[in-house]
Design a protein around this ligand. Structure first.
Ligand code: SIN
Length: 303
């Protein structure tokens, strides 16, 4: 059987498959369904320093080959995540966790990271500078090299854990933002977040989502994600976590060939709660089919 182990910013993963933030709760919710310790890691629900109720409903819309979401970073806040959610996850998951953090200012990101840094189960911080569903935060950082670098440098000052910056595809040149984050000290990058989209309800003749726009994810975005991972791999030296429409073991391999050393699975978890388990179980057969002995060997091999 082929070797599925990979390394992400110095930490070893049994396999590259990580449920993406916002599609797997705080992880423990899935323990009743299967042993989640088969996962490479888990990127937990995006957390801000203060609790957030999120956007008005409807927040979700299905569309061809994907879905739109406009959740608006609903979460119970960093203190509650530190004292209630992460301890519950630790009871059933015994590997380093990827802690996804959002903010509305560089100080906001720093506050959340400072609170959460106390948790020993956090292996990496994933800093979301790319949420398209909130005003005055998220995307405002991910679409400006200067702001992206500012947040990266600020967060790096307050934690010794690896900092992975989650990038937006809603930009003219993702490589420019990627390079700015690398220069500011990022240990890794994850990409892509969702593509800004809209669905109009034919009966009401108005946008279906209460927030009007939302982020598109699912199989529809995979070619965009693969293209961006490929381009960013050529632009930077730090590791890349690839994501966007991944729903099979073959998709994981494609993302890794483009340059990802680990792969997040998002919308597929909302189609089936067993998506990550099934992808992991499918890896050995897919590796055999494509004559891959060692997954690490294929990272960036498409270049
Ligand atoms: C949300 O909470 O609106 C989704 C998070 C994101 O897209 O970054």
């Amino acid at each position: 059987m082929g070797n599925t182990e990979v390394t992400l910013c110095g930490l070893r993963l049994d396999n590259p498959v990580i449920p993406a933030s916002g599609t797997f709760g705080y992880g423990y919710e899935f323990c009743e369904l299967y042993d989640i310790n088969i996962l490479g890691s888990i990127s937990v629900k995006g957390t801000t320093a203060e609790p957030r109720f999120g956007n008005p409903t409807p927040r979700i819309a299905e569309c061809a080959s994907g879905m739109l979401n406009s959740v608006g970073l609903q979460n119970p806040g960093a203190h509650k995540v530190l004292t209630e959610e992460l301890p519950r996850l630790r009871e059933c998951f015994h590997k380093p966790v990827m802690m996804n953090v959002s903010g509305f200012s560089a100080d906001g990101y720093v506050s959340a990271v400072e609170i959460l840094d106390a948790d020993p189960c956090i292996g990496w911080f994933e800093i979301n500078i790319s949420c398209p569903n909130v005003h005055g935060g998220g995307l405002a950082f991910g679409t400006s090299s200067e702001n992206a670098a500012k947040v990266t440098a600020a967060v790096k000052k307050v934690t010794k854990k690896p900092v992975i910056i989650k990038l937006s595809p809603n930009v003219t040149d993702i490589c420019e933002i990627a390079k700015a984050c690398e220069a500011a000290g990022a240990d890794g990058l994850s990409l892509i977040n969702t593509l800004l989209g809209m669905k109009i309800d034919l009966k009401s003749k108005k946008p279906l989502l209460a927030n009007k726009t939302g982020g598109l994810s699912g199989p529809a975005v995979k070619p965009v994600a693969v293209r961006m991972v490929y381009q960013v791999w050529e632009a930077v030296k730090i590791p890349i976590v690839g994501m966007g429409g991944v729903s099979s073991a073959e998709d994981v391999i494609e993302m890794m060939l483009a340059g990802a050393c680990a792969v997040e699975v998002g919308a597929a978890n909302l189609v089936s709660p067993f998506a990550c388990r099934d992808i992991i179980n499918g890896l050995p057969e897919a590796m055999e089919k494509y004559k891959i002995n060692n997954l690490t060997d294929i990272i960036g091999a498409a270049h």
